[in-house]
Write a protein that binds this ligand. Structure first.
Ligand SMILES: Nc1ncnc2c1ncn2[C@@H]1O[C@H](COP(=O)(O)OP(=O)(O)O)[C@@H](O)[C@H]1O
Ligand SMILES: C[C@@](O)(CCOP(=O)(O)O)CC(=O)O
Length: 484
């Protein structure tokens, strides 16, 4: 009882002091290395976040006329709702939500989804297929511990939408994070100073305009920088949420993903919240992992748009119709993920023994160089190199195997087969990532691939109409940008 009163007082105090403060929260996209689809059936999956992010900005608006405005420039859509109309839909008992589980919250309030659809469609009859707005309003009404204030919300993203890089999870996590900040402005996390130059050096990335599904976006294009990784005055302060807050955001984002997808496994919102590399299984949740230093991938965009929900449904129908056949496929996918996990763990141990960054020092990316990434290190142990090469070979076999299994499940696409063939000509191995049916593939770059091979693959992908660039994997999950 006393606890509840303190909570209420704290909430009111926060409400007063948060006035006129802008909130900016971002979340990364992701690549599923192995386990897409099978993870929906309880199998192990591995995912890593990438350096493309979705940003949510919340700005307070004047109390009159009391509107909530939402802008989704990537979707070319905007909404305006009266705060009073939304408040009328807000569940009364929201004060007690913190004390129940998230599945209870979902059970108690899933009917609100239908109410919100009716509400939004009555004002915007041509937007009935936009689940993103419903997910936002659901979180706003259910997550919030206090009255809804007039505000303007803008969502922008570097992640191609509907292509398998987790734009929906990044959206869900970023809105859940921004609303969490709005609810608990005084719960401080840890501050980090992100040096822009450091980021650039770490990322080896530059910005390039990318056209996806008719929407112009910025993509990070691989390029090499041999500048030393030094701190510069060109810095930005970011705040990481506390681990308790991260857990809460992940769960709220899962509910948003339910609205967007119907039956998400939980891997996407987990990796977009916590960042880095993780393994995930619905029975045990996430396990953070350390990525080997030399894990590098090329991202390839088929530019074929597809719908995650429809693909998950397609697999479900197949599983229902041919349970014995599909169980074997799902089981094999589980084994692929386990093998990949073991191999990455061994590579991680080995990469700490091997000379760090020698791949970069060898001039990777200096496009004329035809030397192997291994050649620069004169003092390396040939036994370690052999072991490393064998481990990378295993990763390649697992990629080919899983691409075959995903194809057998019916979620590949002719463009994905072409991508696999183009990569294969230079001995690179590629598979689809995410729900498939088009979207993105990734190809593994190993230390034995020469810069020239990678360059040829990139050029051939581009000349076939596929966007292709090396991405940076790992890094931060959900973050607050206007920390002070
Ligand atoms: N930048 C954004 N702005 C608004 N909504 C977004 C944005 N990014 C993602 N979404 C939401 O996520 C949906 C895409 O989900 P999905 O088809 O699963 O693609 P993905 O594979 O990229 O996650 C969009 O239709 C939209 O509702
Ligand atoms: C197919 C699936 O395994 C991943 C979907 O990823 P994406 O929405 O295509 O980025 C579904 C899920 O895990 O919920």
């Amino acid at each position: 009882m006393e606890c509840l009163m303190i909570d209420q007082l704290e909430s009111e105090l926060e409400h007063i002091t948060m006035a006129a403060k802008e909130i900016v929260v971002s979340s990364p996209g992701k690549v599923i290395l192995h386990g897409e689809h099978s993870v929906v059936y309880g199998k192990l999956a591995l995912a890593v976040c990438i350096n493309l992010r979705t940003k949510v900005q919340i700005r307070p608006l004047p109390a009159q006329p009391g509107n909530l405005k939402l802008h989704f420039p990537d979707l070319k859509s905007s909404y305006t709702f009266s705060v009073d109309a939304l408040t009328a839909l807000k569940p009364q008992e929201s004060q007690r939500f913190r004390h129940t589980t998230f599945s209870e919250i979902w059970l108690a309030h899933s009917h609100l989804v239908a109410q919100l659809k009716t509400f939004v469609t009555s004002l915007y009859p041509h937007r009935s297929d936009d689940q993103g707005i419903i997910a936002f309003l659901f979180l706003l009404l259910v997550q919030s511990r206090k009255p809804i204030d007039p505000m303007e919300v803008t969502v922008t993203s570097e992640i191609p939408i509907g292509a398998g890089l987790g734009s929906s999870a990044a959206y869900s996590v970023a809105i859940a994070g921004a609303l969490h900040r709005l609810n608990y402005p005084h719960r401080k996390g840890s501050l980090t100073r992100n040096s822009l130059l450091d980021q650039e050096n770490n990322n080896h990335a530059g910005l390039k305009t990318l056209q996806t599904n008719g929407v112009k976006k910025q993509k990070l294009e691989a390029r090499i920088s041999l500048r030393p990784n030094v701190s510069t005055p060109n810095t930005s302060l970011v705040e990481n949420f506390s681990s308790t807050a991260q857990e809460e955001i992940c769960q709220w984002a899962f509910l948003a993903e339910k609205i967007l997808h119907g039956n998400p496994s939980g891997i996407d919102n987990s990796v977009c919240t916590f960042g880095g590399l993780l393994s995930y299984q619905s029975s045990s949740g996430k396990t953070p992992l350390k990525a080997p230093d030399n894990l590098r991938i090329l991202l390839i965009n088929t530019r074929v748009s597809r719908n995650t929900k429809a693909l998950v449904e397609r697999v479900r129908s197949k599983v229902y119709e041919f349970p014995k056949v599909t169980n074997c496929i799902l089981e094999a996918m589980d084994k692929v993920s386990h093998h990949c996990l073991d191999t990455l763990t061994q590579l991680r141990k080995l990469s700490q023994v091997l000379v760090p960054l020698r791949g970069l020092e060898s001039g990777y990316g200096s496009e004329t160089s035809g030397s192997s990434c291994n050649e620069s290190s004169e003092d390396s142990d040939p036994n370690n190199d052999d072991e490393q090469e064998q481990l990378f070979r295993k990763l390649e076999v697992l990629i080919d195997t899983n691409q075959g299994l995903l194809s057998a499940l019916g979620v590949s696409h002719p463009t994905l087969d072409r991508i696999q063939a183009i990569a294969g000509k230079q001995n690179l191995h590629a598979k689809l990532t995410g729900a498939g049916g088009g979207g993105f593939a990734f190809a593994l770059i190993t230390p034995s691939h020469t810069p020239k091979q990678v360059k040829i693959v990139r050029e051939e992908m581009e000349s076939n109409g596929f966007d292709c660039w090396e991405t940076v994997i790992g890094g931060a999950g959900v973050q607050i940008h206007n920390a002070d």
